[in-house]
Design a protein around this ligand. Structure first.
Ligand code: KG4
Ligand code: ZN
Length: 344
């Protein structure tokens, strides 16, 4: 019997406010360490300057921990994969510089990864009881910076069918949460309170946007004016109605997303549907998508919770797929704040 060689890739992610490192072996995750930066919660959003400083502090221990948890020696690594972009420049530079130095020191290849492709391709991490989607499939990529419907014809063959014209859906969650006085990031808190509330208690108008595009800035403004008016009448309005407000806001956002993904399935005839990105951690989005298996006959692909928000496991899997293609970068590669999901 032929014994297949084990390929070990270290993935490094530092695009926003999470410092993360992961070791993957032949597509299976051995470790996926994430250091969240608590510092931003009191500012109501990510402060770029503070994020890069925290990455600088976290990166060495996080990588050491990932290698230790994987139970390997750094000399066993076959390549270093890192997030090249999109993201905050100062944050990206920390991971990029570290990845370059480590690849030079260990004399192993360097692999640049597009963060958005990482979110999508996290569906190809080999996990027990998880079936990866077949090509072509549709992916609703929803995060703090993006809202897109992407058609994936192969690992690195993607087409954006629609996207937000203004705010990302994660921003809609976070900004609504801020209006309600919740801390950053507010998405998970809205999710938590919504579980206890009535989704039909308050009605917010959905935007009218053509094609498969989205818009969320109008919703945010509508929520802001509604709350300001109600608080004027009753200063404790938010406290008294927090669960119902969260449930109603979440319900509207989920409806906006699913109106468009349903249209995308109708337009393309593709009914393999995946979700990806931080907002795909949302319990209502996961439930509604799952329910469409029975209701609409779709095949749905819902990532494991830990692969939804930013993590280096998703960077490591892209690194592994690129390694198999010998798709390496040279040492002149630079971090790029702006990068489309279709940029290879
Ligand atoms: O992918 P991600 O970790 O970072 C970016 O690349 O943007 O996404 C972060 C976003 C934040 O806006 C956060 O509020 C949102 O994901 N998020 C959620 C949930 N968990 C994270 N939004 C709604 N419900 C959740 N459970
Ligand atoms: Zn992300």
């Amino acid at each position: 019997m032929i014994k297949h060689k084990s390929i070990y890739i270290l993935g490094i992610e530092s695009s926003c406010d999470d410092t993360s490192a992961s070791v993957i072996c032949n597509g299976k995750i051995l470790s996926n360490v994430v250091a969240n930066q608590e510092i931003h919660s009191k500012y109501g959003g990510v402060v770029p300057e503070l994020a890069s400083r925290a990455h600088q502090q976290n990166i060495v221990p996080v990588i050491q921990q990932a290698i230790q948890q994987a139970n390997i020696d750094k000399k066993d690594l076959n390549a270093i994969a890192f997030t090249r972009g999109p993201g905050l420049m100062g944050s990206l530079l920390v991971g990029t510089s570290f990845a370059k130095s480590l690849s030079l020191a260990l004399k192993i290849p360097l692999i640049a990864v597009n963060h958005m492709q990482g979110h999508v391709l996290a569906h190809f991490i080999k996990e027990e009881n998880y079936k990866s989607p077949p090509f072509p499939f549709l992916c609703l990529t929803i995060s703090g910076g993006h809202t897109q419907i992407v058609k994936i014809s192969n690992y690195f063959e993607m087409e954006v069918l629609g996207e937000t014209l203004d705010d990302a859906v994660g921003e809609a969650f976070d900004k609504s949460a801020k209006i309600l006085g919740l801390t950053y990031p507010g998405g998970p808190l809205i999710d938590k309170h919504a579980k206890l509330g009535n989704a039909k208690a308050f009605k917010f108008t959905k935007p009218k946007v053509d094609n498969l595009n989205f818009s969320f800035s109008g919703l945010k403004t509508a929520i802001l004016y509604f709350i300001q008016k109600k608080v004027k009448e009753n200063p404790t309005f938010i406290e008294e109605n927090l669960n119902d407000l969260c449930a109603s806001i979440q319900y509207t956002i989920v409806e906006i997303l699913f109106d468009k993904i349903k249209k995308a399935v109708n337009d393309t005839g593709i009914n393999h549907v995946a979700i990806a990105g931080g907002v795909s951690a949302n319990s209502e989005i996961r439930n509604v998508l799952k329910s469409y298996e029975e209701k609409l006959g779709w095949s749905t692909y819902i990532p494991k919770f830990e692969y939804t928000t930013d993590n280096a496991g998703m960077i490591a899997i892209v690194g592994y797929l690129k390694y198999l293609d010998h798709n390496f970068s040279d040492e002149k590669i630079t971090a790029t704040a702006r990068l489309k999901v279709t940029d290879n």
